[in-house]
Design a binder for this molecule. Sequence first.
Ligand SMILES: [Zn+2]
Ligand SMILES: [Zn+2]
Length: 132
Amino acid sequence: MADIVSGSCNCGGVKYTVSGPLREVIACHCGQCRKQSGHFYAATSASNSDLHIEDSGSLKWYAASDGAKRGFCGECGSALFWKRNDGINTSILAGSLDGNAGGIKLDRHIFVADKGDYYELNDGLPLFKQAD
Ligand SMILES: [Zn+2]
Ligand SMILES: [Zn+2]
């Protein structure tokens, strides 16, 4: 996947490009992801060295736990990134990609024990109680 994909928040205050491979998309149904997204998180991931924040004007990081932080636009509120403090990869919200995602697909659901009781998971993809 040599194509460079780009992404942004809703207002355009944060823009990024990814110059390397994107992971398949993982849907996380944990409590923090549900709170931040308003439903559940669906994120791809890229190596930190392949993720280039082209415009970080309104990018804010929220330390959601001791081990990880969540990047979002402080202007329009779009959820954008999730990153372990010591990680070499950054999760990227699939919905923030501009247009074509380069062929990646939703691959599995994680933390399904924490999902809301107002929806069902019946797309046939693998379900994991915690992380995969
Ligand atoms: Zn924004
Ligand atoms: Zn989560």
